[in-house]
Design a protein around this ligand. Structure first.
Ligand code: HEM
Ligand code: HEM
Length: 194
């Protein structure tokens, strides 16, 4: 039965969506800045620690979010939505879930196999271990290179999927066929009043 409550994602899903969106935008900005902005070395080291700290939080939230998604499935899309757009939305969301898990795991793997062996201390307070079976490998270099490439190109893929995701969300909001209020923190904002 599609009652009014099933037109919207539940509060847990909405809060997780926007907390993680904020975190991921910051991670992309910090990640690109620390690699490409030519900042002083001391600042880059600070940004690496901040990036790793927020990244680990995103990993934990992604696991919680996926578990919640299994308990509380997404509200059904409107029946009028063409099959192709329905499939595109499902594929886009699946790609976002895959990337929000794979990227932090690749980041964790790359710091665990780094020749610099720099410890991760979350927000300067909580020590976070390396992945021990990777850190103990006799030859870490190939795994490090693979994880680094996966992390970098995965991040660029995420940016591309996000451009599509945000574009689709705004386009549907303007058309009024899939209202933004399905994922809004503020109730009926953007809903097409009929
Ligand atoms: C890093 C940024 C973001 C990520 C990783 C992300 C991820 C996701 C994912 C995975 C879903 C599917 C949820 C599910 O079915 O369980 C979703 C849904 C949604 N997102 Fe985002 N999102 C981001 C940013 C945004 C932004 C900026 C907007 C607003 C323009 C937005 C609008 C929406 C809407 C409206 C839905 C619900 C789609 C529907 O009606 O079925 N998202 N998002
Ligand atoms: C969704 C989560 C994450 C996103 C979106 C993200 C994004 C990025 C981006 C855009 C870059 C710059 C890539 C480049 O242009 O070279 C980067 C680099 C990096 N990230 Fe992440 N990251 C995430 C999670 C993590 C986590 C959890 C860790 C470690 C625990 C981490 C560690 C690193 C490191 C060490 C680099 C520098 C890699 C290098 O020197 O080539 N990241 N990240």
């Amino acid at each position: 039965m599609a009652g009014p409550s099933r037109q919207r994602y539940d509060a847990v899903a909405v809060v997780l969506h926007w907390t993680m969106a904020l975190g991921i935008f910051v991670l992309i900005g910090v990640g690109l800045a620390m690699k490409h902005a030519g900042l002083p070395k001391s600042r880059v080291i600070q940004l690496f620690q901040l990036h790793k700290s927020i990244g680990v939080v995103i990993l934990l939230l992604a696991v919680a979010r996926l578990a919640w998604r299994l308990v509380r499935p997404a509200p059904p899309l409107p029946d009028a939505l063409p099959a192709l757009e329905r499939k595109a939305a499902q594929a886009g969301h699946a790609a976002l879930y895959a990337l929000m898990l794979a990227l932090p795991l690749a980041g964790w793997a790359l710091v665990s196999t780094s020749p610099l062996n720099i410890p991760t201390v979350l927000f300067g307070i909580l020590p976070w271990p390396h992945i021990s079976f990777l850190a103990d490998l006799p030859d870490k270099a190939p795994v490090h290179a693979a994880a680094q490439a996966l992390h970098k190109y995965g991040a660029y893929a995420l940016i591309a999927v996000l451009v599509g995701h945000i574009g689709a969300a705004l386009r549907h909001a303007v058309k009024g066929d899939v209202p933004l209020s399905r994922m809004s923190l503020f109730g009926r904002l953007g809903e097409n009043a009929k």
